[in-house]
Design a protein around this ligand. Structure first.
Ligand code: MSP
Length: 524
């Protein structure tokens, strides 16, 4: 990808019916890392996240706590969802709340537009609804209840009883878009990623689509249907439109033109909404479909999707308090193949923290800088002639940078980190083999020592740039300690796509003391 192109990326908007857990944090840091990478490559980047505040789930959560829905969402968003972004060091460009006026107006304009284009009709409906999913469930996701729910039909995801609803609703002619959608998946094989997600979506649409009920009249916590205010707009239709209203649909056409279409990253539980319903809604309005939808897997606890409703939620702060936000970001983005499920365990996180961050990356940085202080008064030495071992490091750095960028293009943060980690491993091996502490004892090896240490420092320069989207805090400390801030400018201004070019750190850059980037953790 060339620099300067528009790159708009979104997280799902989260339900603030409850506080966030590490599953929500996972999606958010993945999207933040992808956005930071593109921003640092000079792309016209915009990262959006937010909260999905209407619907029955929210009404019930508020009622259970004895407050109005608006009071409830204001409290949860203010006390839990905004702070989450700080906890995880997320650099979002915008945060949309579906109770904001800019959103409500845009949603009404959109619904009115597709109504006028003939894609909406009034009808009657009776089906099983899951409030947890906020969805009328398809047959494939309805199962028989067990235990306390014996004899009842329950949701396959939430394991809670479904409710039989009978209403007069407005319907969106989703069925009319099946062929166009199949054509889209055929023409753009990477529209839905990964492959397994794409196959699931294609199979779902091939079975034929039913029209979608897009309004509810039994309660009023939602956006009124413009031509019939006795109905509110179905919460999923309301929610999906955040991706358009946040960037100016219905209020700022120039901004919308500049940003749209965007990329959506979602958990696989909500893939169908994003890869089937949302593009069909856009087609109905005569707008462009998204650039793509990437579905990642679930964080599992005890083999099941982590969820608040099953009391398996772990708060992100719990991990950040012990490991720090960088290690949180690194762990989830590197230990789990993006697109597949992964099990979280404290032991695994602790082991990787020590092996990869404390001993691998952190120690490499500490000893390279300490040796520069000791042998060269803290000033990056001028390298002499490069030998094979040095050239091998340079090639690894160049390949790692290119491979990481290619992996990010495929949304594979895990593969990008693994590519970058070849530099950490190569440099640690290089130090062991070059034995700078032995070279330092021999005046005749002064130039060789200079080359070895320059190679370490320049390798760390590349690592700081490449890892800054993943671990913004520790790389900033490293950047300063390398003296690179003064010599090359701000870390976030370094082009990630140019990071593999050797020789950017000038000799003479002044290194300064670096406290351990990842202090060892005593496990209680
Ligand atoms: N509000 C809807 C989304 C509307 S988008 C237009 C919603 N919200 S949610 O809060 O229930 O979940 C949103 C997202 O959180 C999921 O799609 C997923 O990205 C993330 N996760 C929630 N639980 C998760 C795991 N256990 N594991 C990984 N991600 C999880 O659905």
């Amino acid at each position: 990808m060339t620099s300067g192109g528009s790159f708009f990326i979104t997280t799902p908007i989260y339900y603030p019916s409850d506080v966030p857990h590490i599953g929500h944090g996972y999606t958010t840091v993945a999207v933040d890392t992808l956005a930071r990478w593109h921003r640092q490559a000079g792309d016209d980047t915009w990262m959006l996240t937010g909260t999905d505040e209407h619907g029955q789930k929210m009404m019930r959560a508020a009622a259970a706590n004895g407050v109005s829905p608006q009071e409830w969402v204001d409290r949860l968003v203010g006390e839990a969802w905004f702070p989450l972004l700080k906890t995880l060091d997320v650099a979002n460009d915008d945060f949309i709340r579906t109770t904001q006026e800019r959103h409500e107006k845009g949603v009404q304009a959109f619904i009115q537009a597709i109504y006028e284009r003939g894609h909406i009709y009034a009808g009657e409906y009776e089906a099983l609804y899951c409030v947890g999913c906020e969805e009328f469930k398809p047959e494939s996701e309805i199962v028989d209840g067990t235990g306390a729910f014996e004899g009842l039909k329950v949701c396959a995801i939430h394991s809670k009883p479904l409710e039989l609803l009978h209403e007069k609703n407005y319907f969106f002619r989703l069925s009319a878009f099946a062929d166009q959608l199949l054509e889209l998946y055929r023409e753009r094989p990477d529209f839905v990623q990964p492959e397994s997600a794409r196959n699931e979506v294609v199979a779902f649409v091939q079975q034929g689509l039913k029209d979608l009920s897009i309004s509810r009249s039994a309660f009023d916590w939602g956006i009124p249907v413009p031509w019939d205010p006795s109905h509110v707009i179905y919460v999923w239709v309301d929610a999906l439109l955040n991706y358009a209203t946040a960037i100016g649909y219905g209020s700022d056409e120039a901004s919308f033109e500049r940003r749209w279409p965007g990329h959506h990253v979602v958990g696989k539980d909500i893939l169908r909404f994003h890869a089937v319903i949302w593009p069909a809604m856009l087609m109905a309005a005569g707008l462009e479909v998204p650039r793509g939808v990437f579905a990642h897997g679930w964080l599992l606890v005890g083999g099941e999707k982590m969820s608040k409703s099953k009391a398996t939620g772990i708060a992100p702060e719990t991990l950040v308090k012990t490991f720090g936000s960088d290690a949180y970001r690194f762990y989830f983005l590197s230990a789990i193949a993006f697109g597949q499920d992964g099990s979280f365990s404290w032991e695994d996180m602790l082991a990787r923290y020590h092996a990869e961050l404390a001993n691998g990356f952190g120690n490499l940085a500490s000893r390279s800088i300490a040796m520069t202080a000791k042998y060269f008064d803290g000033s990056a030495p001028e390298p002499g002639e490069y030998a094979d071992a040095d050239l091998a490091v340079q090639r690894i750095v160049a390949d790692a940078a290119a491979n990481a960028d290619a992996a990010i293009e495929r949304f594979r943060t895990d593969e990008a980190i693994h590519a970058i980690w070849t530099i950490v491993d190569a440099l640690n091996g290089y130090i062991t083999e070059s034995e700078p502490w032995v070279l330092a004892k021999d005046d005749a090896q002064r130039e060789r020592l200079a080359t070895v240490l320059y190679t370490c420092l320049e390798g760390l320069r590349a690592l700081a740039v490449l890892l800054s989207p993943v671990m913004p805090e520790s790389t900033r400390k490293l950047w300063t300690a390398l003296g690179a801030e003064e010599a090359l400018g701000a870390l976030t201004a370094q082009d990630v796509r140019d990071a593999g070019r050797w020789g950017q750190l000038p000799a003479g850059a002044t290194a300064s003391k670096l406290a351990p980037l990842f202090p060892r953790i005593e496990d209680e």
